[in-house]
Design a protein around this ligand. Structure first.
Ligand code: V47
Length: 368
């Protein structure tokens, strides 16, 4: 009987995938609700291949660096943000940041810097633009993937100007692309519970919309595993898909599993997500987001062993070497903060896939 139930739920979706048809909201919820994890993974891998995916799994040689952890927003899921007076608050000068970046580049030879910060109310737009200019001058060949849409919105408030003016200023100062954070869950109900001080999702979309129209590619994310329902996850993904239909500027989708340590939710008894849920989100994302080229299994978040399994659930990217990640470490991540290229290669190969080192725009640098 259980087998028949499974077939009934997934069979029509499989037919749609084979026919190249787009899945809808109800399909998304049905996929989220299935307990047949292996069939779900199989379907996601089928969809990935149907849309032109091969055996390549991508990674980038990158480093995470942070300008400031001072933040005006009190998101309840966050263990990274501090107020200016807290002991471990920091706000680096451009010189401090650039000096460190150059030293690390000599040691590691990364091709990308990934920077996400708190929404610091004590600095201005020039704090960000000036740093980008100095950094680009010092490391002209390094791709600068800087600032979430939430930070861009915050800068526009600080400066009293539009999203477009901020983005033009940053782009002209050296910004190359943007990370996907700040999306959390778009549903008003959830946002009010986990991030009441954060901008409305319309602002997040407006920033990405303008960035894409200005030729700045971006990523997109979803923070799951807290108070959201399956329906709210599907709604979130479909809003991203609609945006991508309009502007095509998202390069990848990264599901972010909620880490509760040192957050308000830890005190309320919230736990880490399970491996089954992590794999489910990866697979459903690959199935629904038919117009976003890459889905990342971010090893920092799910650990290398599970990320390896996720490569058979629709993911085709493991993010990168990552060195010095802080946001997930603050909230209890245990997978470490750095992988060597050789280790990423070994783990992709062991999953039966072809490791490809990419640049930030998915051009191939080297394959093994
Ligand atoms: O918006 C914060 C998430 C985001 C927690 O573009 C948490 O490649 C889980 O932008 N548990 C910021 N998630 C980080 C970000 C990012 C991360 C990885 C890859 C990319 C990319 C971008 O981190 C926030 C929030 O959604 N976050 N705290 C937490 N405790």
């Amino acid at each position: 009987m259980a087998v028949l139930d499974t077939l009934d739920t997934l069979a029509p979706i499989r037919e749609k995938i084979l026919a190249g048809e787009r899945l809808d909201f109800d399909d998304g919820v049905a996929l989220m609700e299935t307990d047949d994890l292996l069939a779900l993974g199989d379907l996601a891998d089928l969809a990935r291949r149907q849309r032109g995916g091969g055996d390549e799994v991508f990674f980038v040689q990158n480093i995470n660096l942070y300008q400031t952890n001072v933040c005006r927003v009190k998101c309840k899921f966050c263990a990274f943000a501090k107020t200016r007076k807290q002991e471990d608050a920091f706000t680096l000068t451009a010189d401090e940041f650039v000096e460190d970046a150059v030293r690390q580049h000599e040691l590691l030879g990364f091709t990308e810097i990934h920077t996400v910060n708190g929404e610091n109310p004590h600095v201005d737009l020039e704090y960000y633009a000036g740093l980008l200019r100095k950094l680009k001058e010092a490391l002209p060949d390094v791709h600068l993937k800087f600032y979430t849409a939430s930070e861009i919105h915050h800068m526009s408030r600080l400066e009293g100007c539009s999203h477009e003016e901020v983005l033009r200023t940053l782009r002209d100062s050296g910004l190359d692309s943007m990370p996907g954070g700040g999306a959390e869950i778009f549903a008003d109900r959830v946002r009010a519970l986990i991030a009441p001080g954060k901008e409305h999702p319309d602002e997040w979309f407006d920033v990405h919309d303008i960035a894409h129209r200005l030729g700045i590619t971006t990523q997109c994310t979803m923070l799951y595993g807290h108070v959201e329902t399956y329906e709210e996850r599907v709604d979130h993904m479909l809003r991203l898909r609609d945006q991508q239909d309009r502007t095509s500027g998202f390069l990848s989708f990264i599901p972010l599993a909620f880490h509760p340590e040192n957050t308000v939710f830890e005190r309320r008894g919230f736990r880490f997500t399970t491996g089954a849920d992590d794999l489910k989100v990866i697979a459903v994302a690959r199935l629904l987001l038919d117009n976003i080229p890459h889905v990342k299994a971010y090893w920092i978040m799910m650990g290398l062993p599970l990320a390896q399994v996720a490569l058979h659930f629709g993911a085709d990217d493991v993010q990168g070497t990552v060195v010095r990640e802080k946001i997930f470490q603050a909230a209890g991540a245990s997978a470490g903060t750095e992988q060597k290229v050789a280790e990423l290669v070994r783990f992709v190969r062991d999953a039966g896939r072809i490791p490809v080192q990419r640049d930030s725009l998915y051009n191939e640098i080297r394959r093994w």
